[in-house]
Write a protein of this length. Structure first.
Length: 100
């Protein structure tokens, strides 16, 4: 994705929320990429210490991790609202990732 975005002169803004399992993997997949910014939300007190450290210990400029109040359902609800704003999504090239 980084290569293709670079050729197009674009930057993707990836927004994710995690209960702790997929967040570290998503971050690891794009950390250090010049053409990708990742914004990760995780619920305070609801991920293991190891999972939290896997996310917050990464110091790459394109990785932005935010601890939130509430739970993953509330996080998902907010992200759903973001993705329903088509103008915002298109203007800022917003997307998301997940693991299978």
């Amino acid at each position: 994705i980084n290569h293709v975005l670079g050729k197009r002169g674009q930057v993707a803004n990836i927004i994710i929320e995690t209960s702790g399992d997929t967040g570290p993997a998503a971050i690891a997949g794009v950390k250090g990429h010049d053409n990708v910014e990742i914004f990760c939300l995780y619920p305070f007190g609801r991920v293991s210490e190891v999972q939290e450290l896997q996310m917050i210990a990464i110091q790459d400029d394109n990785v932005h991790v935010f601890r939130t109040e509430g739970n993953t359902d509330e996080q998902a609800s907010v992200l759903k609202e973001v993705f329903q704003d088509r103008q915002f999504v298109e203007e800022y090239n917003v997307c998301s990732v997940n693991s299978i």
